[in-house]
Design a protein around this ligand. Sequence first.
Ligand code: GCW
Length: 686
Amino acid sequence: SNEIDYQCWLNYEHIKDQSLLNEYAKYLKNIVINENSYIIDSIKDEIYYSINKILGISPLINNYTNSNKFITISKIGKNNLVDSFLKDEEIIAIDEEGFLIKTVNSHDKKFIIVTSKSDNGLLYGTFYLIRTLQEKKLLDDLYVLENPKTPLRMINHWDNLNGNIERGYAGKSIFYRNYELVDNLDRIRDYARLLSSVGINAISLNNVNVGKEEARLIDDKIYIVETLYEIFKRYGIKVFLSVNFASPIMIGGLKTADPLNKEVNEWWKKRANFIYDHIPEFGGFLVKADSEDQPGPYSYNRNHADGANMLAEALAPHNGLIIWRAFVYNCYQDWRDQNTDRAKAAYETFIPLDGQFLDNVIIQIKNGPMDFQVREPVNPLFGGLKKTNQILELQITQEYTGQQKHLCYLVPQWKEVLDFDTYLFGEGTSVSEIISGVPFNSKKFGIAGVSNVGDDTNWTGHTLAQANLYGYGRLTWNPELKSSQITDEWIKCTFGNNSKLLENLSNMLQNSWTIYEKYTSPLGIGWMVNPGHHYGPNVDGYEYSRWGTYHRANHFGIGVDRTLKSGTGFTRLYQQPNFEMFEHLESCPEELLLFFHHVSYIYKLKNNKTLIQHIYDTHFEGVEDVQELINQWIELEGLIDNKRYQDVLSRLLEQKEHAKEWRDVINTYFYRKTMIYDEKCRKIYP
Ligand code: GCW
């Protein structure tokens, strides 16, 4: 598809500035590539296509050139000219997947080197170079040496074979339809391009809730995976599958899936051999076990180390990984029970097993201890596990953050998670430090994000939600990037670099998460959504249910007491000084107040407002802020194409109506509960 919204940040807008065009053309007419591999083929495609679109010329791609200005793309040790310009320090400094781009002079020649130790690195370097053109930066003095800061940079799909996507808000699966692969494989290739352009190197292809049909992906339906593997490997992306722990029963005809049973072990080993026969570079399994009714080792009185290690042994001979999710909790809780705290569940399950997992097991941990709410504290498992490989799981798909109808740019939220200091090995052990694997001296660490993509033309439903996919990828590559830098890059590559556009759109994106937070559930308490589909306000929707997600509002106050002193003791799961910080009302960050404390409505916040007044005020403000988003967008009419302009405008208008509903439902609920008037005497619905 040539649609501009389909191309996302790779739409390669044609440059109109003639002098810049001439400048670029000098280098880009001739590209030297003297290696061959399927990834190198992708590099050639990518460079050819982008230069055609951006400059309107077809570059010559050869293994040699006579020209005195050119680009050369080759691995270290593959091209004498390139090698002669590399310093020893540089060669040492480039990691396996990193790259170096530099402009060099020799006699009458001036050319740009893109080099790496691996094909993946070359691919990332090539995309970096293309982005340099998209951002209209000069090429005369390039010097960039970049290494990815996290080894595993993964996307998780919650796609089912029938074409539905669990928590998908942008249409149907781009992979499956009616239990088969879709016809449009070009679109899957374009997805691979988008992902690798931001450094993603792994993908899991099916929902972690694995049904009967999906279980067959490691059996007679493996041909589907093979085709996807062929597409993704060309962009340096390893494929993984979610598997059902009870597969030996479901597809193997065994009577048990007990991880300590010999027959079960043998069955998985044979499965692994079978998979690797078809897919030699298969990444491994992603497993949701003993969680929300998925089967797991608990059914056989075994623990999660028994379960994960059994699978790990089967994949180890093939260098496969077991990514085992930490999202394990009791989803049959009684709301009257004030002692059980779902927030503690993952920690209590996995800390006792720290050090017992085999080396090819990685525990995948959601950013917060509950479930992808608009705001949560960091999951204390980060900061707890000392001898276990870890992956951070983020949710790009906006399940609880407006379902891609509301604008909610999540990079600022993710930045807070990544920057959080766990104090695991003393001060300075941030989450991003942990997932780099460096403190553990291991490459089996990283990030996974649940994809927000479907078969809508623009991939993400809300066009501006493309920024979440882009930003997610950029953060996996470098969690230390500033949110503002990521935002600017995305805007320039997606919409161009008009200054008004940059200003308004980056404002809109950067503020959108806090705006969404204002009109939804207050101060870290979460939920208050309609059960099941999770869209729209319903304060007590989950209050008396079995899911362990309570706000505990009564006539006097609201919030969950998770202190050690008088509550569930969840605060104790953090290292010092985080424990002290969360434990005390005065030092607890206010945006998380109700997550950690049960607080009276007349408690005075730091700005001297009562809690109830804060709730009223933020909910009125939130709606006004959405109007401000609309105003800023309207100013951009004419600066961007009409299709994307109208699409976004209609979503923003819908967001405003829905924000009003949130405001009214929440304010009314608390007005009725407390019978405390709004100081500003605004109308609160009855
Ligand atoms: O957020 C919840 C979702 C479920 C999801 C689950 C999980 C895939 O509501 O739809 O199931 O988390 O992460 O396993």
